[in-house]
Design a protein. Structure first.
Length: 76
């Protein structure tokens, strides 16, 4: 079951109806919906620019995309 507002990761990763621009807009809308303090900050235009450049880390941090699985490392 998907969390409310969660975006299908397969659609994003494979480009099925979700462009980088659309993901960026989803992230920006979610931050505004949550009334995140960043939206009222003087740095908001720079935050928006960063989101538009690479929205995936922001989407993952907000829970809109699943976290990337980390491969375990073996140290000897």
């Amino acid at each position: 079951m998907q969390a409310a507002g969660r975006i299908d990761a397969a659609a994003v990763e494979l480009g099925w109806g979700m462009t980088t621009s659309a993901l960026a807009q989803a992230v920006i809308r979610e931050l505004q919906r949550r009334e995140d303090p960043a939206t009222a900050s003087a740095t908001w235009p720079r935050v928006v620019a960063a989101i538009k450049t690479n929205p995936r880390p922001f989407a993952r941090a907000l829970g809109l995309l699943p976290a990337e699985s980390r491969t375990s490392r073996t140290f000897h």
